[in-house]
Design a protein around this ligand. Structure first.
Ligand code: SAM
Length: 274
């Protein structure tokens, strides 16, 4: 059986209902029958004390570990970062030290991913997904691509993804190759004109300045085949309070050789063609 993963809304049902009822133990992907019996919740082969469900918090995904409720969240001494899988009602997002890795307030992470992929449709051939995260862009790209190479430099992120029911295909799809490595250095190993599409969805500039550098843009250009398309996420701080960043990025991408580079407001990114 896949990991049991619960949020406050499902835990509230567990505490409120008795007898047989349905809950989602996979963040809304499916419903399953459970029952209460002698102060326990019976779910599949598992019998879990109901008392462990008290004090569950909002905005947290929980697993059951050693008979205890445990948040899918941890601090890494190595990176000095805090990782947390955060429920959104559908596909969860990942927060790294409070910064979400997907847009999730005005639209869902699923819609966020769809818009990115749509911006470079049709997605086909060999695809490079520079920043794997929870694997949503890789999974969606793999639906129509021949194959997808996805890079994630942080093993903690891949560890969190293992708990996420919506990341399952990342690990199961024969079309997806996960590289637990830094794309900045590794991209040099690909031949010229190798990819038909590139999805570049880096964290913020402050967190990964090298992924917004001219040097990296030059590599993105080199490994893209003529006629290929690049999607480059660009934070749009105008919506909050910072400066508008995308005109600078458009200039840089053109400077790297891209024929066109156009800001796409909907996906918050720049679509470039070679
Ligand atoms: C915005 S998230 C990507 C979200 C992803 N597209 C998805 O579908 O879930 C950015 C990810 O890039 C990773 N990252 C940052 N720098 C990287 C690098 N140099 N090489 C590979 N991955 C990197 C971060 O650890 C983070 O998980």
């Amino acid at each position: 059986m896949a990991v049991i993963i619960l949020t406050k809304s499902e835990i509230d049902k567990i505490l409120a209902f008795s007898g047989e009822f349905e809950i989602s133990a996979d963040l809304g992907k499916s419903l399953r029958k459970v029952r209460t019996e002698g102060g326990c919740l019976v779910i599949g082969q598992h019998k879990i004390l109901l008392s462990i469900f008290k004090n569950a918090k909002e905005n947290t995904c929980y697993i059951i570990h050693d008979g205890k409720l445990e948040a899918v969240a941890f601090f890494s001494e190595q990176t000095q970062l805090y990782y947390k899988l955060v429920p959104t009602g559908g596909w969860p997002t990942l927060k790294i030290s409070s910064t979400p890795m997907h847009r999730h307030i005005h639209l869902s992470p699923k819609e966020d991913t769809e818009l990115k992929l749509r911006a470079v449709s049709p997605v086909h051939g060999k695809v490079l997904d520079t920043c794997c995260g929870l694997g949503y862009t890789a999974i969606m790209a793999a639906k129509n691509a021949d194959d997808v190479v996805t890079f994630e430099k942080d093993k903690n992120v891949l560890h969190i993804a293992e708990f996420n029911p919506y990341s399952e295909e990342l690990f199961n799809s024969k079309k997806i190759k996960i590289m637990n490595n830094d794309v900045f250095g590794e991209i040099r190993k690909f031949p010229d004109c190798y990819f038909s599409r590139i999805i570049h969805d880096p964290p913020t500039v402050a967190y990964a300045p090298e992924l917004y550098s001219s040097e990296f843009h030059g590599e993105l250009y080199r490994v893209l085949r003529p006629g290929g398309k690049l999607y480059h996420y660009c934070p749009n701080p105008r919506k909050t309070k910072g400066k508008v960043y995308y005109p600078k990025l458009v200039r840089r991408l053109k400077g790297a050789g891209f024929k066109s580079a156009q800001w796409d407001e909907k996906s918050s990114g720049i679509v470039s063609t070679k």
